[in-house]
Design a protein around this ligand. Structure first.
Ligand code: GLU
Length: 448
């Protein structure tokens, strides 16, 4: 059996009941086949793929806290420190009821390659909890965040592991966790990114994932002879990534006609009103029904079981910005039937493996999240740089750097795909380009 297949079987066997982790590993290993098989014995002897797919450290902990009724609640806390070959562990914290070890491992594994692609010195990690901030009071969120950090603090540091936000973790949560870290450790350091601007945060970090997605998408389209201006875009999600992706897409002259949240989705043929969406989601923390109520042109659709939502709408470009496996084979078929030309992932692994294959088989331009959503973590690394030099850069400075990083990522993955005989296959290009830097660093550092 080939080394790649052997390692995939081993991963499935050793990590039972972690389907998302298996899926992320499968996608990467399939892409790496050409690289590994050219030098199979050397990689096998060094067990490089076994080391790559086994986290350096996994931390599991109890998070007890008291709710507003005086009832004690207990959640699970996780931090997976996956790979530190090229820098301190870096990756977000996700607070969502669906969080379990397999989800955090898939996210941490993806983060290794994504962070490598940014060209900045950051390793891969991820963490989170099955705590659901939705419907909780600010005091409950603070109590949870403080308890979470009371354990996590001992495992992180500005040169060790630097968490940030992800689903369910935004400025409010980062603030509470930062305060508790500082209180316990008595050091003022850039241990978290996505901080508020008054205490070490970076300008443009909030916008970075969405803006970065559009910078890369525009460059990819340009290199395929397509102008993004005038195109119709379907976006899923209504969180930080979706909001700023929509904003930048509109600035680039495109029209965004959809967004969604966990209970429903919006079709707005006149184009999404981003200011209204921000008001509903960032200020009121309300449902999209409020968006629909305030905007005549918007149609609201309740999310019913088996309904396919935003991907049934006619569009030129689809940007899945919600969550993993939100775009399945049926959605891919609907998009192709409706004439989509490009799909670029804003979320982590939003497209299932069979949907990805269908899109690629139908010659749809497809970029995977580890390349196209890398703008968030790249800007986190820029926040780390600013914290280290105790300076802060202007919005324009950070935004310019972000834009250049995204353009470089596209050309890097495009070149890697061409070099390995897979022109236009940006998934293979991203996985190979991300892997090569990490593998070289791992080899140089010996068996650790
Ligand atoms: N959660 C984001 C991601 O998936 C950002 C991580 C970070 O900024 O460290 O890449």
């Amino acid at each position: 059996m080939s080394y790649v297949d052997e390692v995939y079987e081993l991963v499935v066997e050793k990590n039972p009941a972690q389907p998302e982790f298996h899926q992320a590993v499968k996608e990467v290993l399939e892409s790496l086949r050409v690289v590994i098989e050219a030098n199979e014995e050397e990689y096998r002897k060094e067990a490089l793929l076994e080391r790559l797919t086994t986290p350096e450290r996994v931390i599991l902990f109890r998070v007890p806290w008291v709710d507003d009724k005086g009832q004690v609640q207990v959640n699970n806390g996780f931090r997976v420190q996956f790979n530190s070959a090229i820098g301190p562990y870096k990756g977000g914290l996700r607070f969502h009821p669906s969080v379990n070890l397999g989800i955090i491992k898939f996210l941490g594994f993806e983060q290794i390659f994504k962070n490598s692609l940014t060209s900045l010195p950051i390793g891969g990690g991820k963490g989170g909890s099955d705590f659901d901030p939705k419907g909780k009071s600010d005091r409950e969120v603070m109590a949870f965040c403080q308890s979470f950090m009371t354990e996590l603090y001992r495992h992180i540091g500005s040169d060790t592991d630097v968490p940030a936000g992800d689903i369910g973790v935004g400025g409010r949560e980062i603030g509470y966790m930062y305060g508790q870290y500082k209180r316990i450790k008595d050091v003022y350091e850039g241990v978290l990114t996505g901080k508020g601007l008054t205490y070490g945060g970076s300008l443009a970090r909030t916008e970075a994932t969405g803006y970065g997605l559009l910078y890369l998408t525009r460059e990819m389209l340009k290199s395929n002879g397509i102008d993004i201006a005038g195109k119709t875009i379907a976006i899923s999600g209504a969180g930080n990534v979706a909001i700023y992706a929509a904003q930048k897409a509109i600035q680039m002259g495109a029209k965004v006609v959809t967004c969604s949240d966990s209970t429903g989705w919006i079709y707005d043929p006149e184009g999404i009103d981003v200011d209204l969406l921000k008001e509903v989601k960032e200020v009121k923390r309300a449902r999209l029904t409020e968006y629909a109520a305030a905007r005549k042109s918007a149609e609201y659709h309740e999310k019913k079981n088996g309904e396919h939502g935003v991907w049934t709408v006619k569009c030129d470009i689809a940007l899945p910005c919600a969550t993993q496996n939100e775009l399945d084979l049926e959605d891919a078929k609907a998009l192709v039937a409706n004439g989509v030309t490009a799909v670029c992932e804003g979320a982590n692994m939003p497209t299932t493996l069979d949907a990805t294959k269908y899109l690629q088989d139908n010659k749809i331009l497809f970029v995977c999240g580890k390349a196209s959503n890398a703008g968030g973590v790249a800007t986190s690394a820029l926040e780390m740089s600013q914290n280290s030099e105790r300076l802060s850069w202007t919005f324009e400075e950070v935004d310019k750097k972000l834009e250049q990083i995204m353009i470089n990522i596209f050309h890097n993955i495009d070149d890697a795909a061409k070099k390995y005989g897979k022109e236009g296959d940006y998934v293979t290009g991203a996985n190979i380009a991300g892997f090569l830097k990490v593998a070289e660093a791992m080899k140089a550092q010996g068996i650790v």
